[in-house]
Design a protein around this ligand. Structure first.
Ligand code: MG
Ligand code: ZN
Length: 220
């Protein structure tokens, strides 16, 4: 079989400049957050993996201990931020239009809309996919990949970069695992092959199982 690798593409110069600029802006975001004593966590995952539902559970659990804010990226809708806003916490929606990921510049704009003096924890929900968000650090202190067990059995091996760059993996919707006969150990093994030290937490936003463990892995 003939295989063409992306490195042979013509736009590599542009990509490098773009990513370099993004990295600079992400460092500025991180400094701004540090200056305000805010811990921030970027959640990445496919559409339907359960990012919003997991964040909803975490907010419910943590909102008495932390002043939490949320920035959410979505192509066109505000559905997820409406859900999380019900906790009476500040939420900022970024509608990216055609862009399939958040970038540090968009997050910088969203940070301007938040009262940073009144926050100590910031959740960022990235646009729903696990390909390009890996290339665009936002300045968050930690990155979480959310993978649901009902995605493809090859979901991990097809996205190696994401699992190299995140700090924690939430293997979500485990309540459905037995129903569809998916092997959780196999999925977890795939993750460990890419990143041997990464914490993997089995979660169900539906039943609430694993939410405390996830929160502990995030040092919250
Ligand atoms: Mg969502
Ligand atoms: Zn993208």
């Amino acid at each position: 079989m003939e295989v063409i690798k992306d490195e042979e593409g013509l736009d590599i110069e542009l990509d490098i400049n773009l990513q370099k600029r993004n990295l600079e802006l992400s460092e500025a975001n991180k400094k701004l957050l540090d200056d305000h004593g805010i811990l921030s966590i970027d959640f990445m995952g496919s559409v339907g993996s359960g990012k919003t539902s997991l964040m909803d559970r975490l907010i419910e659990k943590l909102k008495d201990r932390y002043k939490i804010g949320v920035i959410g990226g979505d192509l066109t809708t505000t559905i997820d931020m409406e859900i999380l806003g019900k906790h009476n916490i500040p939420v900022v929606q970024i509608n990216t239009g055609r862009e399939c990921h958040l970038d540090a510049n968009l997050v910088a704009k969203a940070l301007e809309r938040l009262d940073l003096n009144d926050l100590d924890l910031l959740f960022i929900e990235n646009v729903g996919n696990i390909i390009c968000p890996a290339d665009f650090p936002l300045g968050a202190h930690k990155r979480v990949a959310v993978v649901s067990v009902v995605e493809s059995p090859y979901i991990i091996v097809k996205h190696p970069l994401t699992f190299q760059t995140v700090d924690v993996v939430a293997l979500n919707k485990v309540d459905l695992a037995s129903l569809i006969e998916i092997d959780l150990n196999k999925l977890e093994g795939d993750i460990r092959k890419i990143n041997s030290r990464i914490p993997v937490v089995r979660t169900s936003a539906k039943t609430g199982s694993g939410i405390s463990a996830l929160s502990r892995k995030l040092n919250l």
